[in-house]
Design a protein around this ligand. Structure first.
Ligand SMILES: NC(=O)c1ccc[n+]([C@@H]2O[C@H](COP(=O)([O-])OP(=O)(O)OC[C@H]3O[C@@H](n4cnc5c(N)ncnc54)[C@H](O)[C@@H]3O)[C@@H](O)[C@H]2O)c1
Length: 273
């Protein structure tokens, strides 16, 4: 295991809801690698209590912020900067939610007010975090900003509904803000496209458990866990990946470039018997 990959680095980690969250694992890995950071989540998630336990374990604080509110993000950056004693080297956007998915509305029967909400929470909030960071000039040179995506941004899946478009917007924001921020201040912006993962957000998708098993069979390395995703995120926050920007990086055990695996064919043949 590498040591102190993030020594001296400061940042903000959004989206740790419970011990399954990708952000939760990221906080533990970032702490292990010597980073200092604050945690944040929507005020409503705060009531569930678990995030305070993580903060205690990481020796840090939680600053509530709704990522769709520019005012909340401004306050988050001000308070985090004061607590950490300086600007940030990394930001993690680990936020996703679709009311249509959550309430079981099919793709042919979307509630358009909820579609706006899905896009705002899951994608536009990433732009807001970047824009407020740039306006307040709170990111250091070579800072690394990561958001989490899913392959349904680029390929059609029957169950991902309006989250597919939300993720497509998210990935586009990473490219376009990456261009701008790279030129302005050598800040890099990327998305990581993660395997299906058993979290609150993941399990909210219809038929998740079956698809999780299918994806494992369709990936030469199997599904990437939340913990391994956290390790990849930490690598992307480190100085070893300084020239990577404006990319959508697959962290999926090889799923995205696999046509079919023998295991899937065998499972299909067995199911016909
Ligand atoms: N779980 C999967 O299968 C999977 C796969 C690929 C990508 N992702 C993405 O990973 C990210 C993290 O999700 P997760 O799987 O760890 O699930 P999770 O449910 O643990 O995390 C989602 C987080 O978003 C937060 N959130 C929702 N609305 C918010 C708001 N308005 N302001 C601030 N925070 C808000 C929630 O409180 C929660 O902490 C999401 O972007 C998700 O789409 C997940």
């Amino acid at each position: 295991m590498p040591e102190n990959l993030l020594k001296g680095k400061k940042g903000i980690i959004t989206g740790a809801l419970d011990e399954n969250s990708i952000a939760w694992h990221t906080a533990l890995k970032a702490k292990e690698q010597g980073a200092k950071f604050v945690l944040t989540n929507a005020p409503i998630a705060m009531r569930m209590g678990a995030i305070q336990d993580l903060a205690d374990e990481c020796g840090t604080i939680v600053i509530p912020a709704d990522a769709t509110s520019v005012e909340d993000i401004e306050k988050l950056y001000d308070e985090a900067k004061e607590y950490l004693g300086g600007n940030f080297d990394f930001l993690l956007h680990s936020i996703g939610m679709s009311p249509n998915v959550r309430k079981g509305r099919s793709y042919g029967d979307l509630n358009y007010d909820w579609v706006q909400k899905s896009y705002d929470v899951s994608a536009v909030s990433f732009h807001k975090m970047l824009q407020v960071a740039e306006k307040k000039d709170v990111l250091n040179e070579w800072a690394s900003v990561i958001a989490l995506s899913y392959i349904a941004a680029e390929r059609a899946f029957p169950f991902y509904s309006d989250m597919s478009e939300a993720k497509a917007i998210l990935e586009s924001i990473a490219r376009n803000y990456g261009l701008r921020y790279g030129k302005n201040k050598n800040v890099r912006v990327n998305t990581i496209s993660q395997s299906p993962t058993k979290t609150v957000a993941g399990s909210g998708i219809g038929g998740f458990d079956d698809f999780f098993d299918f994806a494992a069979l369709a990936s030469p390395l199997g599904n990437a866990s939340a913990e391994s995703c956290a390790e990849y995120i930490v690598t992307m926050f480190s100085d070893f990946t300084r020239m990577v920007t404006m990319q959508n990086l697959f962290h999926d055990g090889g799923y995205s470039t696999t046509g079919i695996t023998q295991e899937l064919i065998d499972a299909y043949v067995a199911s016909k018997k």
